[in-house]
Design a protein around this ligand. Structure first.
Ligand SMILES: Cc1cc2nc3c(=O)[nH]c(=O)nc-3n(C[C@H](O)[C@H](O)[C@H](O)COP(=O)(O)OP(=O)(O)OC[C@H]3O[C@@H](n4cnc5c(N)ncnc54)[C@H](O)[C@@H]3O)c2cc1C
Length: 143
């Protein structure tokens, strides 16, 4: 099987800005997601330089951390909410079965459910095929 994907890059307005790191992503402290030089700038999602898997699951986790750390920075406190690199990739490995790969920095497994995370499951397939689309359209994307 040949799986061809384009290289992941940040949009030009970041890549060509002073915020870009050497690879063109918005350079942040990967734990606090705060820009090192301009401390009132935070970044998350695909555009930020944190070395996590670029997934919506990661962005969802980062949102709460960035929100708390912005409040801390605004009030002159230390950014104490730490991102562990969480990301999740539902990998369809057979008909009706998915490995819900949830991991953080360095590939550390961070399963949400108390189940062996490397076993393909129909339960995980149901999450990917039924629950996540519903959550996306009804919980994340609202008119
Ligand atoms: C095929 C595919 C499958 C995926 N499957 C999964 C999955 O199963 N699970 C998972 O968790 N993640 C998955 N992802 C990854 C997920 O889609 C991304 O990680 C997520 O969308 C990143 O969110 P973001 O808000 O950082 O960036 P984006 O969703 O890319 O949002 C950035 C937005 O900024 C807008 N924009 C760009 N330039 C400008 C500008 N100059 N001015 C104004 N707006 C601008 C863009 O139009 C876009 O709407 C998948 C991605 C792909 C491509």
């Amino acid at each position: 099987m040949l799986h061809v994907v384009p290289p992941q890059v940040a949009p030009d307005f970041i890549r060509q800005s002073p915020l870009a790191d050497a690879a063109g992503f918005c350079g942040v402290n990967p734990k606090t997601l705060q820009y090192p030089r301009y401390v009132n700038i935070f970044s998350l999602g695909d555009v930020c330089s944190s070395p996590n898997a670029k997934t919506a699951a990661a962005a969802r986790k980062q949102i709460g951390i960035v929100a708390e750390n912005i409040l801390a920075a605004k009030e002159g406190r230390e950014c104490s909410h730490i991102y562990e690199g969480y990301g999740a990739c539902p990998l369809t490995v057979e008909n009706d079965k998915v490995i819900l790969a949830e991991f953080g920095f360095g590939g550390k497994l961070l399963p949400t459910f108390p189940l062996d995370p490397v076993v393909p499951r129909r339960f995980s397939w149901l999450l990917k095929a039924k629950l996540f689309p519903w959550l996306y359209w009804n919980g994340m994307v609202r008119p």
